[in-house]
Every structure is written in structure tokens, then in C-alpha cells.
Design a protein around this ligand. Structure first.
Ligand SMILES: C[S@@+](CC[C@H](N)C(=O)[O-])C[C@H]1O[C@@H](n2cnc3c(N)ncnc32)[C@H](O)[C@@H]1O
Ligand SMILES: *[C@@H]1O[C@H](CO)[C@@H](O)[C@H](O)[C@H]1NC(C)=O
Ligand SMILES: *[C@@H]1O[C@H](CO)[C@@H](O)[C@H](O)[C@H]1NC(C)=O
Length: 600
């Protein structure tokens, strides 16, 4: 039983409840499909369960019956590109060893959920509690007890909302920030929390319609990002070390660090320079914790006054070299603002600082294994001091539908305002079709969603009224880089290469959407490896929606049969004559055996 509150199996069967006549892809000549199709027509019936669908196709072909074994129980938290064991081979300096280092040989077994795993609490209850069995780690409940990060309570964890610089709760802390900058008028929508802990800051901003992506490395703050995800808060494993974070330039409205242990003053300010790259012109950087307010706290921090003073002076200098304006420092919080454009910065450059601008070959939107630099990323040129470089985005929620500046300025090849508006309508239609096939989509059953090939973020935009968040991935192999436009709409996402594992824990997502992913990667890496990775990051009883060319879907279907997924291929929204089809699948509920019955 996966969830105490509902019978998992009955619910599970109702999910792929097909309400309309399903037209199975008729061009597939494989016997099992055709004979099955005939049976459906003869009965003239509706298809009621996914289980009955997979049955006739079990004798597909020899290759389709390949099954992937379950990994042993110790893989239940396996993060291939952030494996604490493998990381030891890499340099500790600048925390290089905590960055992505992927294994050469992909894992060929299926990552198990820990024994006793249950469906997480639905949002918004999940903000405040999680099952112990899902993330069996009590370290932080002891280590961060005074800071109120997380408490243990029988079979569950409770998150009181505290953090290192806000032991009295994120809400009060956010109120303090809200006195200094306007968090209410919709001008701030996308946020990044670097060094997030259990991501309470992001969790509490959601009710204010601010969408935060939280990152932290897999380090001694045991399972912090896993807790964030379990809470239903957007997060992934990330670190400021030597590589750019996987975001385009000019993405976030705010970047936040509450005692996040990033040495902002060091290495010529390279980390702040990276923050500057992904901050929108006019965006804010918020810092709390050392060295801010050191006159009050130096003793408690067990640091020397002189040392803290020097650290702060250095940070101020770096901020100046980025042409940031120190907006305010009040009590425990300091806020800087990136300029709206670089007119003044260029004019005063030689006088005030020695940071040079990056040259034209250095694409500020490139961020996949790209080294961080100390040169300043230029922003688009403007003609007057009042103009915002790259264009102004509308306030949320208007912003979601407005034409993103990158699009109306024509900087995304082949994407016009018209393409964009059509795409918006198209995805509304597609998502409402999805909801007729899987009637749990849009309900509280699914919280963490992944769009593996997001293009303009249309899938996420169509779900905006639902209690979900969507991680929009723009594959590094995509024909055009659209991630900047996704951020301009007020949505969040990352770059990723699906030939590698994602920087996240197993069981991150309730639902994964893969539009044309397998055709994009068909000559690049093994389809089965992408599917195994999807299986790793999908929760038990999670759902997958794959849309692709029929020939590819047939191949995909033969692989997922060996993953303990139930699946069904259904027609395109526009009917059976479209070559593109949809595959709906559901990962079965299974876990590692209990410790005593462990076999290997
Ligand atoms: C003291 S905790 C503070 C957590 C949270 N901000 C809060 O206030 O409760 C420090 C955080 O910074 C993270 N961290 C340390 N070095 C980092 C780096 N170079 N890049 C990103 N995060 C880092 C740690 O993993 C941890 O999440
Ligand atoms: C699990 O245990 C096996 C055998 O002891 C070991 O080879 C493997 O590396 C372990 N896996 C992880 C992810 O620690
Ligand atoms: C600025 O100048 C100092 C002293 O000359 C030098 O050490 C530092 O590397 C320079 N920083 C940048 C970002 O160029």
C-alpha cells in the first residue's frame, strides 16, 4: 500500500481511464497490435484499464521482452553524476568534486524506492511534512535543531519553516525582505536560492506567487535537496564551484543566499560574477548571514571582527566592479541591484574598477559544462539610460502570456510573436486532451512535474492554475535555445543533456512529459538509457507522457515493458491520421525489500 489515505491499487487503475474511444496506431503492422485493434473494434468498447492494454502485447518480439533488473537496496538514493563515492576521485579545491561528474557506463538496473516508501503528502500539506520512510535521514533534525529546519515526529518529518538566518520561520524573514523590495506587485516572479538547505525560503515564497528554484550540493547537509523535493518545492543538486549553473543569462529576478557558505569575496568575485550573468537587468541579490551585521553577531559566529569587516569590504568591492548598486542594508539583510543597463557602467568603467567585459565569443546563454569567468557578461545594448537592457517583462501574472522580449526582439531564431501565441493555444488544447486520458493530471496527486523538452514552456503554462510546478528542460541539443524566453514568461528551468543523468535524486517527479525527446536523441544515445533515467527520477505510481513519431513510440513501448511500467499508445489530439502519437505510462509501485529479507 503506497499511501495511507487511499487504496493505491484502485486509484492506480482509474488513472489511465480512457474516456474516449482510443484509436491505437493503425499503421503498426505488428501482429499483436493489429489483432488487438480488431478486438477493440469488435467490442466497440471503451478501454478501461491500462492493465488490459498491455496484456495482448506481451509477446511482442524477442528484443521487447528484455527486462531490466532491480538494483540492490543501497542504490535507493543513487545520484549518478553526484555520487559521493566517485566524487572522491576529483579535486577538493573550489569544491570541484561536488560538481557533476557522470559515470562513463550508465546504470542498467532500476533504482528502488526504500522499503516502506509511501506517496508523499499532497501539496500544500507537503510543505510542512514528509514520510520518514521516504528519506530515512535524521542527521539534520539533530544538526539543525536550533535553527528549526526539520523535526522528527514518529513516522514523519515536520518542517517548521526555519533556516540558518531565520530560526523564527521563513514567513517572518520574507516579510522583512518585503519591507525592502516590493514582493507584492508581481514585478518579482523568478527566484534562485543558492545553498538552500531544506528550501523553506522557496517553499514560503510560493504563496506569494514567486517561483523559486532552490539549489544545494550533495554534501554534509544530509539529503537537504531530497527533502526540498519531497516537500514539493522546485529544487535540484547544484553548486557554485567552477562551472556556470545551467541557466541562461538574464533569467532570475532575484538571487538569494542565507548563510549559504559560498565564498563571495574570493577568487576575484567569480561567484558574484556568475550571479550577475543569470540576474535579469534590474534584478536583486539578497545576502543574509556572515558578514552582514557582523557588528552584532561576530561573537556568536566565533569570528574575528577584523576578518568579517574585511570580508564585507571585499564583497562591496566586487559588487561595485559589477556595477551593482547597493540598495539597502538593514539589520540582518543586505540587498544589491544589478543595473537596468550597462550605459553608466561602460562610461565609468575605467575609473571605478578593473573588471573587463567578456568578449563577443563568450555566449552568456551558454551554460553546460561551461567554465565560470571573471569577465562581466554584457547585457543587450540600449539607447537611453532609462531603457532596460533586453526589454521589460510584464508583471506577473500578465507576464505568462505576454510575448517575451527575446521573442519580439527576434533573437530566437525561427520564433516569432505569432509562433509564440499559437504555441500557447496549442498547449492549452494538448494539456486538456492529456487530462481526458489521465484524469489525475491537474489534481493534487501530481505535484512535481518535469518537461524534458520544454521549447517555449507551453506545457507548464497550460498547467498554471493547477497545484503543480514544472521543471522546464531545454536540451543542450535542441535546435534553438528557448530557455531565456521561458524565464521571461515567469517560468523556471534548466539546460540538460538527456544522454546523462539529471542532477537530482531518485523519485523527484510525479509526472514526466517528453515531447519529441526520443526522436531528438535517437542517434545520440541509447533510448533505454534515457528511459532508465526517467524511471530513476519518477516516483512509484508516477506517470509518463511521451509524444513522438509512431515508429519511435513503438520502440519506446517495447523498452518500457521491461521497466514494470504499464503503458498504452493513444492517438494524437487531432486524430489517428497524425504520425505523432502519445504514449501514456505509469510506473508500478515497488520498493527494495526490507533489510531482513535483502537478497543481495
Ligand atoms: C548553513 S546552510 C544554510 C541553508 C539555508 N540557506 C538556511 O538559511 O537555512 C549552508 C548551505 O549552503 C550550501 N552550500 C555550501 N557551499 C555551497 C556552494 N559552493 N554552492 C551552493 N551551495 C553551497 C550548503 O549545502 C547548505 O545548503
Ligand atoms: C551497493 O553495494 C554494492 C556491493 O557492495 C557496491 O558495489 C555498489 O557500489 C553499492 N552502490 C552504491 C550506490 O553505493
Ligand atoms: C583587478 O586588479 C587586481 C589587482 O591588480 C587583480 O589582482 C585582479 O585579478 C583584477 N581583477 C579582475 C577581475 O580583473
Amino acid at each position: 500500500m503506497a499511501n495511507a489515505d487511499s487504496s493505491s491499487s484502485s486509484r492506480y487503475r482509474s488513472v489511465l481511464n480512457l474516456r474516449r474511444k482510443a484509436h491505437i496506431y493503425a499503421l503498426v503492422v505488428l501482429l499483436c497490435i493489429t489483432s488487438y485493434l480488431l478486438a477493440v473494434f469488435h467490442r466497440g468498447s471503451r478501454l478501461t484499464t491500462a492493465l488490459s492494454l498491455s496484456a495482448p502485447c506481451n509477446h511482442f518480439s524477442a528484443e521487447s521482452s528484455k527486462t531490466f533488473p532491480r538494483c540492490s537496496a543501497n542504490f535507493s538514493e543513487y545520484t549518478p553524476c553526484h555520487d559521493p563515492q566517485r566524487s572522491l576521485r576529483y579535486k577538493r579545491s573550489r569544491k570541484i568534486y561536488k560538481e557533476r561528474h557522470c559515470p562513463e557506463e550508465p546504470l542498467k538496473c532500476r533504482v528502488p524506492a526504500p522499503h516502506g516508501y509511501r506517496n508523499p503528502f499532497p501539496w500544500p500539506a507537503s510543505r510542512d511534512r514528509a514520510w520518514f520512510a521516504n528519506v530515512p535521514h535524521r542527521e539534520l533534525t539533530v544538526e539543525k535543531a536550533v535553527q528549526n529546519w526539520i523535526r522528527s515526529d514518529g513516522d514523519r518529518f515536520v518542517f517548521p519553516g526555519g533556516g540558518t538566518t531565520f530560526p523564527n520561520g521563513a514567513d517572518a524573514y520574507i516579510e522583512d525582505i518585503g519591507m525592502l523590495i516590493n514582493l507584492k506587485d508581481g514585478s518579482i516572479r523568478t527566484a534562485l536560492d543558492t545553498g538552500c538547505g531544506v528550501a523553506s525560503w522557496g517553499a514560503y515564497l510560493l504563496s506569494r506567487n514567486i517561483l523559486t528554484l532552490s539549489i544545494a550540493p550533495r554534501d554534509t547537509h544530509e539529503a537537504q535537496v531530497q527533502f526540498a523535493l519531497e516537500r514539493g518545492v522546485p529544487a535540484f543538486i547544484g553548486i557554485l564551484a567552477t562551472k556556470r549553473l545551467p541557466f541562461p543569462s538574464r533569467a532570475f529576478d532575484i538571487s538569494h543566499c542565507s548563510r549559504c557558505l559560498i565564498p563571495w569575496a574570493e577568487y576575484d568575485g567569480i561567484f558574484l560574477n556568475e550571479v550577475d550573468r543569470f540576474l535579469r537587468p534590474g534584478g536583486y541579490w539578497i545576502l543574509s548571514g556572515p558578514p552582514i551585521n557582523w557588528k552584532k553577531y561576530w561573537k556568536g559566529w566565533q569570528r574575528k571582527k577584523e576578518e568579517l569587516n574585511e570580508e564585507q569590504t571585499k564583497i562591496e568591492k566586487v559588487a561595485k566592479s559589477l556595477c551593482w548598486n547597493k540598495l539597502v542594508e538593514k539589520d540582518d539583510i543586505a540587498i544589491w541591484q544589478k543595473p537596468k543597463n550597462h550605459l553608466d557602467c561602460k562610461a565609468n568603467h575605467k575609473l571605478t574598477q578593473n573588471r573587463s567585459f567578456c568578449n563577443a565569443q563568450n555566449d552568456p546563454d551558454k551554460a553546460w559544462y561551461t567554465n565560470m569567468q571573471t569577465c562581466l557578461s554584457p547585457v543587450p545594448v540600449v539607447s537611453s539610460k532609462e531603457e532596460t537592457a533586453g526589454g521589460v517583462v510584464d508583471n506577473w501574472p500578465k507576464r505568462l502570456k505576454s510575448i517575451p522580449p527575446r521573442i519580439y526582439k527576434g533573437t530566437i531564431e525561427g520564433v516569432t510573436a505569432e509562433t509564440y501565441s499559437k504555441n500557447y493555444e496549442l498547449w492549452k488544447k494538448r494539456v486538456s486532451h492529456y487530462k481526458t486520458v489521465n484524469n489525475l493530471l491537474g489534481t493534487e496527486r501530481y505535484r512535481n512535474l518535469l518537461d524534458m523538452n520544454a521549447y517555449l514552456g507551453g506545457f507548464a503554462a497550460a498547467l498554471i492554475e493547477d497545484p503543480v510546478w514544472v521543471m522546464n528542460v531545454v536540451p543542450v541539443q535542441a535546435k534553438v535555445n528557448t530557455l531565456g524566453a521561458i524565464y521571461e514568461r515567469g517560468l523556471i528551468g534548466i539546460y540538460h543533456d538527456w544522454c546523462e543523468a539529471m542532477s537530482t535524486y531518485p523519485r523527484t517527479y510525479d509526472l514526466i512529459h517528453a515531447d519529441s525527446v526520443f526522436s531528438l536523441y535517437s542517434n545520440r544515445c541509447e533510448l533505454e538509457d534515457i528511459l532508465l533515467e526517467m524511471d530513476r527520477i519518477l516516483r512509484p505510481e508516477g506517470c509518463v507522457i511521451i509524444r513522438d513519431d509512431a515508429d519511435i513510440l513503438v520502440k519506446v513501448k517495447s523498452i518500457v515493458n521491461g521497466l514494470e511500467w504499464d503503458s498504452i499508445i493513444v492517438d494524437h489530439e487531432d486524430g489517428p491520421l497524425q504520425r505523432e502519437k502519445l504514449l501514456f505510462a505509469m510506473k508500478k509501485y515497488w520498493t527494495a525489500p526490507a533489510a531482513s529479507e535483502k537478497t543481495n
